[in-house]
Design a protein around this ligand. Structure first.
Ligand code: F6P
Length: 239
């Protein structure tokens, strides 16, 4: 039997701050690109100075950290995951690593060497639309009706200009077909909502439970599909 290893990305700074969605590193890189483009002077010091200013502007009030994707724990997890995967799949030459197109999963996969990596847009986190980058508290305060509708029916609720769990489940179909077709192990590094849906498919959990399935950070869920059915093992790599 070939295993499928499911894991969320290493803890991000957005996770720590309780902000949903986002793709921090990408936003940051884009700003840096524009900045370099604009800079007339090529002096390194001048660029550094401007980068510092932007860093301050880009931080939301209350965040005084330099913009980074990971928390310290998140970064350690990426290394531990790579050790785990390289050991676990040592003899599995045809294994592959699948990530979303968001920086936090690509970065989590980056220390892993020796296996092909494939990015799937279908593995991107649920699109929170106009709520992207907000905390649940902010949504509750500024958009109380939205907050209540989601609470009432989390499975069907669709974020304005974003997605619902049902949308996510639907877009995962090609990923599931491809996973079923694989002969070799696959490591899927993705996000909370997406992994809830994937896990539910393999563990045969009912649709209505999907948005509430526990999907902890820094844990690998190994699913083995054999002739006797599906077996599951969990590895918690951090305390
Ligand atoms: O908080 C991390 C996160 O991946 C968000 O980006 C996403 O909106 C959320 O989890 C999904 O979980 P829930 O459906 O419980 O809000």
């Amino acid at each position: 039997p070939r295993p499928i290893l499911l894991t969320r990305h290493g803890e991000s700074m957005d996770n720590v701050r309780g902000r949903i969605g986002g793709d921090t590193e990408l936003r940051w890189k884009l700003f840096m690109f524009i900045l370099r483009f604009w800079t007339v002077s090529t002096s390194g010091l001048w660029i550094q100075f401007k980068e510092k200013i932007l860093e301050v502007i880009l931080c939301k009030p209350g965040d005084n950290a330099v913009i980074s994707v990971y928390s310290d724990t998140g970064e350690i997890y990426a290394k531990k995951l790579s050790n785990f995967v390289e050991k676990r799949l040592k003899s599995e030459k045809a294994a592959s690593i699948w990530t979303s197109t968001l920086q936090r999963t690509i970065l989590t996969a980056s220390p892993i060497v020796g296996f092909p990596k494939i990015q799937w847009r279908a593995l991107d986190e649920i699109n929170a639309g106009v709520c992207d980058g907000m905390t649940y508290e902010e949504i509750k305060r500024n958009m109380p009706e939205e907050y209540q509708s989601r609470k009432k029916d989390k499975l069907r609720y669709r974020y304005p200009r974003g997605e619902s769990y049902l949308d996510v489940i639907q877009r995962l179909e090609p990923v599931i077909i491809e996973l079923e077709r694989q002969r070799a192990p696959v490591v899927v590094i993705s996000h909370q909502a997406v992994l809830r849906a994937l896990y539910a498919y393999f563990a045969d959990r009912p649709l209505k439970e999907i948005p509430h399935i526990e999907m902890p950070l820094h844990t690998i869920i190994e699913i083995q599909m054999g002739v006797t059915g599906v077996q599951e093992k969990r590895y918690k790599l951090m305390d």
